[in-house]
Design a binder for this molecule. Structure first.
Ligand code: ATP
Ligand code: MG
Length: 353
């Protein structure tokens, strides 16, 4: 029996609705497999916890999480009561950084059963590899003047180590896919970090002669993703650019509610964290309307990462069967509730398994 100890943080808003849905799918997968067991340990770390304790997680929270094999997270955020930068930096960003999850992998693919919202309806399938630990999301900087000439400086930090690591990951991934890597840059406007980024991309890419490598400016890249996303295989991007590209990826797949993400500690020294691209969606929270597919697809990424890709394919297949049968939540233009969507995916999982 293969046993996995998983730390589960449902978080806020729809996180509390879609995480249980995805855990039911993972239990079904264990049932079908027969030799796999999940040990879930739940942590109530979210904005309510912050309002009671003045912090998003306890002092020893990271040390606790490091004892688990992986972390499965919903979403955090309650913007009306807790500023987003507190909830995000106090939990999400802290876990990503202290568990050294320096690569964020976010697939975007037109699923069977979904119509593209784009005028160009051909299927697409690309993966964004986002540098996840530094770049534009930095705490370096601050207010220089606070008088009427208010002046604030925000520094971006790029190290060769993390930049090259993200790029290597992208080239290795492309070697298993369609051998193409596009680097998201903006070296025509950002004169220090992006020329450095381009230089490291050239150096890393030189070790992968079989891959077609090119750099595209982020603004043009956004336009190409809307006009012809089929041309992309692997895209490597800085922290901010990757964040923006993957919301766009979610939108062209049909809904941000289906986009998955994996925060990887590629060295496997600490746990990795699996959390969908979407947030806590306060506007629909508590109504049973959330699309559970982003969280379930994220579970597939966890299965892939722990070395069970055939089970990951089973999960994605069941999601597509369900969509093809027309079971869609409101964000996809349907009328299914979260519960109806999960029950249908579960039934199809058992049918395939
Ligand atoms: P947060 O502050 O937690 O990031 P947000 O409102 O800024 O929350 P999202 O939570 O990603 O950002 O929500 C953006 C929009 O997408 C909202 O209208 C939300 O309802 C919708 N949305 C996000 N996730 C889902 C989902 N799983 N199912 C349906 N709609 C979703
Ligand atoms: Mg948000």
């Amino acid at each position: 029996m293969n046993t996995y100890d998983i730390a589960v943080i449902p978080g806020d808003g729809i996180g509390k609705e879609v995480v249980p849905a995805a855990l039911r799918c993972l239990e079904a997968v264990a049932d079908i497999h027969g030799g796999l067991k999940w040990n879930w340990t739940f942590f109530p770390w979210n904005c309510e916890y912050y309002l009671q304790h003045g912090e998003m997680m306890p002092e020893d929270g990271i040390a606790t999480l490091k004892q688990f094999d992986q972390i499965f997270l919903g979403a955090v955020g309650m913007p009306e009561l807790v500023p987003d930068h507190i909830s995000l930096w106090g939990l999400l960003v802290r876990i990503r950084r202290e568990c050294e999850q320096s690569i964020n992998v976010r697939p975007a693919k037109l699923l069977r059963g979904l119509e593209s919202p784009l005028r160009n309806p051909e299927p697409f399938d690309f993966v964004v590899v986002r540098e996840n630990s530094e770049g534009e999301y930095s705490q370096a900087g601050g207010a220089i003047h606070s008088d009427e000439d208010e002046l604030v400086v925000q520094n971006a930090i790029f190290t060769r180590r993390q930049t090259a690591k993200a790029m290597k990951y992208a080239f290795e991934l492309a070697a298993e896919r369609r051998h193409s890597v596009v680097s998201a840059t903006k070296s025509n406007g950002i004169v220090h970090s992006m020329p450095f980024w381009d230089r490291v991309f050239g150096e890393v890419g030189a070790a992968y002669p079989d891959a077609a490598a090119r750099s595209v400016h982020i603004d043009a890249l956004c336009a190409y993703l809307v006009m012809r996303p089929q041309q992309f295989d692997v895209i490597v991007a800085s922290n901010l650019f990757g964040d923006i590209l993957t919301d766009l990826g979610g939108a062209i797949m049909g809904s941000i509610g289906i986009a998955p993400a994996a925060n990887l500690n590629v060295e496997r020294k600490y746990p990795s964290m699996f959390e969908p691209v979407h947030g806590s969606a306060p506007d629909i929270a508590g109504k049973g309307l959330a699309n559970p597919i982003g969280q379930i697809w994220t579970a597939k990424q966890m299965l892939d990462f722990i070395g069970l890709p055939e089970l990951g394919e089973l999960v994605l297949g069941a999601i597509e069967d369900s969509l093809a049968a027309g079971v869609k939540t409101r964000d996809l233009g349907g009328s299914a509730t979260t519960e109806e969507a999960v029950s249908d995916i579960l039934a199809r999982l058992y049918r395939r398994g």
